[in-house]
Design a protein around this ligand. Sequence first.
Ligand code: COA
Length: 282
Amino acid sequence: MFRHDALQGEVIVISGGGTGLGRAMAERFAALGARVGVFGRREAPLQEVVGAIQGAGSHAAWATADVRDADQIKAAIDSLERQLGPATGLVNNAAGNFLATTEDLSPNAFDAIVRIVLHGSFHCTRDLGRRWIARGTPGKVLSIVTTYAWTGSAFVVPSACAKAGVLAMTKSLAVEWATYGIRLNAIAPGPFPTEGAFSKLMPKELEEDALRQVPLGRFGDPAELADLAVYLLGPASAYMTGECVVLDGGEHLKAGQEFARFVDLPRDVVKGMMAALRPARS
Ligand code: COA
């Protein structure tokens, strides 16, 4: 889909880049010529993804940081920039989430998610934004949100609140920082079967039902999200900012459409039902 040098000259740092969608993006960006820095809490997966990228002949580096802590983020970005050169792009990918009935959440449980997702994305964005503004160089921020950032969702209230905040930050700074040549966009993925998300959000017995909610009839492939991320961080999207692109096989549209459940029935049954409702011609 892209030229092999589509991201040549870019230095992209990815929070939570050691696993799941973060890793898929890291490997794809590196394969297209970017130098990639991954940071997160756990050293082992970060080391592994950097080893894989370097093994394939591309440049990558890792640093540990808990995104809840602005000082740790600064130290991690300092270290990544020393190894790779000045960053040109940031992906806010690190997240935390779990299913819970809201009345049973402790204050600390709400804080844990909001501090990872909202505060973490803010700290990373602010850190890179200040660097770009001070240097007088442009920059790109891509945040991974979710379709329930605008509808809300039962049973993931801390995540819904935090992702809505990340989307608001994206749209706000798209205007505020445009003068500095900084673009901010977001991707709202539907269900992608990564270990991090599915182990916390997809009880095995509901997997088939979840699949039925996706009109295109399958879950997403992380490689598809990585390709969209390449577009949003690359020069082809230079006129796009403050946008959120949904990548969910139509899932959120089906959930919101009154007659969408008809698509779960055989089409001849649907046509029969509709024919039965149609008044006879006089
Ligand atoms: N239901 C209700 N409360 C929960 C919970 C669950 N499934 N899991 C954790 N909590 C609560 C804890 O009880 C604790 O509250 P308490 O101190 O009042 O008891 C609070 O949340 C923080 O939990 P803790 O495990 O100490 O936090 P942490 O910072 O180590 O971990 C999480 C943060 C909970 C988000 C953890 O799951 C994580 O690190 N996730 C990252 C990966 C991830 O979630 N990926 C999915 C992305 S879609």
